[in-house]
Design a protein around this ligand. Structure first.
Ligand code: GRF
Length: 192
């Protein structure tokens, strides 16, 4: 007898523009997808990205970031209440505490605009150009207590051309991010 397994539920944390969220919504809306986005949380009630969740009628919360602990406690309650299997950070600009990661107890993924372990943290494109790098890219990785240091799930590279500047590089890398994040989620969830 085939046991019916429901869809895997993912939640997404964002902080601003939400272009990665938009591409994930588009991808997982597909018919027959075994993954659904059930919850979107922003640490900024004014985040533009929340509009994408609203338009697609996905439960969404813009929480005021009064303190790390209040944001994390409220988010944890929502994650548990919605029985989320995986949390995906997509342009989420806060660092989650060890306590949050432990209490959530389910895996967390993040997308980062560099080929990790190179350029952890912010201003990745600026640093790549300053160092005359010829290649950069994007990485989807597990989140642990150390910044941008968890196990790598998927990476894709892109060439840095002489004519590139921070803006053009950001555009190129963002395109790759939109491509690899859904694939990485599917790959990761198929193994757990
Ligand atoms: C992306 O480059 C992401 O990798 C980084 O912040 C940016 C967010 O973009 N952490 P968006 O909000 O998904 O458009």
């Amino acid at each position: 007898m085939v046991k019916y397994l429901g869809k895997k539920k993912i939640a997404i944390f964002i902080s601003g523009r939400g272009s990665n969220l938009k591409s994930l919504i588009k991808y997982f809306k597909k018919k027959n997808s075994s993954i659904e986005i059930t919850l979107v949380i922003s640490n900024n009630p004014k985040a533009k990205g929340l509009e994408f969740a609203k338009k697609s009628e996905i439960k969404n919360f813009g929480l005021k970031y009064i303190s790390k602990s209040s944001f994390e406690n409220k988010s944890l309650k929502l994650l548990k209440k919605n029985d989320v299997d995986l949390l995906c950070l997509a342009g989420f600009m806060k660092i989650l505490s060890r306590n949050f990661i432990k209490s959530f107890s389910k895996p967390i993924l993040n997308i980062h605009p560099s080929i990790l372990p190179k350029y952890k943290g912010v201003n990745t494109h600026e640093r790549a150009i300053k160092n005359n790098d010829k290649i950069t890219g994007a990485t989807v990785h597990r989140v642990n207590e150390k910044l941008d240091s968890g196990k790598i799930i998927l990476q894709k590279k892109v060439k840095i051309l002489k004519k590139d500047n921070i803006k053009s590089l950001e555009k190129k890398v963002l395109k790759i991010e939109h491509e690899i994040y859904p694939k990485a989620i599917v790959k990761f969830l198929s193994k757990i």
